[in-house]
Design a protein around this ligand. Sequence first.
Ligand code: GTP
Ligand code: MG
Length: 445
Amino acid sequence: MANKPASKRRQNSTRHPGAVDTAKGRAGRILAQGNKDATYETAQQQETAVLVAVPDKRQADALTQEYLDELAFLTETAGAVVTKRFVQRLEKPDIRTFVGEGKLEEIKAYVQHSGASMVIFDDDLSPSQLRNLEAELQVKIVDRSLLIIDIFASRAKSATARTQVELAQYQYLLPRLTGLWTHLDKQRGGGVSQRGPGETEIETDRRVVRERIDFLKERLKELDKQSQTQRKSRTGIVRVALVGYTNVGKSTLMNLLSRADVFAENKLFATVDSTVRKVVLENTPFLLSDTVGFIRKLPTRLIESFKSTLDEIREADLLVHVVDIAHPAFEDHIAVVNDTLKDIGAADKPMLLVFNKIDQYNTEASTEPHEGFEGMNPDEDHVPRPTLEQLQATYMAKLHDPVIFISAKERTNIDELRALLVRHISALHAQRFPGQTGAAWEDEQ
Ligand SMILES: Nc1nc2c(ncn2[C@@H]2O[C@H](COP(=O)(O)OP(=O)(O)OP(=O)(O)O)[C@@H](O)[C@H]2O)c(=O)[nH]1
Ligand SMILES: [Mg+2]
């Protein structure tokens, strides 16, 4: 998956045909070395995926659809095509197979008939659910964490980001080692090797994984020391971080404000590495950093392993929270970002709220029917959306933070945004570095 060349993907194959080869990425190669009798080849053409969501009974249909749209977007970003969506409303997910028995049969029939190569769940599965589902459906089972980790793996470029992703991959893998492998033994009656991996082999793999986790943590500490030293040399200048949900336009705005050349595209998690640029607006210098986007249900482990990247946010003097106002779930996104900021200890920073993509904003919500919603009416509670003017008035009244509506793409209100930034940064500068002007900082550099 995730745009890796086929040759690379094959290197990752192990005896296990399922989630592991995707999860491990680089980790897979190390384990594969210890298991030379690997029997499964995951030569993949275009992978096709079936999506499964198990929403709470009270969740509105439109929201469920929204979440599935996001999962489909993640799936496409990872390089697979979605062919079908299944939804089952449950009080709580089945402890054994996540979905109920009847729904599982339905999914199984579809998978067999369509030849889909994987089933993707919008939540995290326990190791035993993963194992049971794999036994039942006989295809690759991917959960939300694995999908996101896989996308991160395909995006990470800097040493820090790559190390962080690898750590997350191994941490995902560790609790799942035993279950996956022993279950395949039983299922295949020993398979080619006649015996599956015995306890000793699994123990060895576990040990290899644990050692690797320790090594990666150490490596991250070293890398962190280096970047801390780098960050220390940046004292005397206000630091601003662009934060927001994924795909809202942070990198586009970074490029616009700093004339940098940061990769921006219509995919989720285009940015996994943080980029820092010095920007000078009207003689006011500051450092602007572009950061990894947030998403709902971002695996905690991934947040933890991305600690160094998130330090850019934690250490910023001002957060510029970018929102995609054209997205139907933008309010949900704002809440997710605020919650994540709280989680990482960056909730109390001064913040500017930038509502982006006003060029795409439409007062009409989409009425297209979606697959997987047979018998449901996602538009039953459909009401036209407020106008931009109404939204602006509401948000300005509601929030303490300054609010601005822009289009980074069409350059609408960008001068106003610059002026707003300058005002806030100058005030912060005066407060943080009394007696020192921006120009003085310039001279020192
Ligand atoms: N219509 C419209 N599209 C925009 C605007 N700003 C950015 N985009 C598009 O939105 C998509 C995402 O932009 P990015 O800048 O990559 O978004 P990001 O927030 O950095 O995304 P991640 O790094 O994935 O978290 C790209 O296709 C941009 O061209 C805008 O004002 N209007
Ligand atoms: Mg980006």
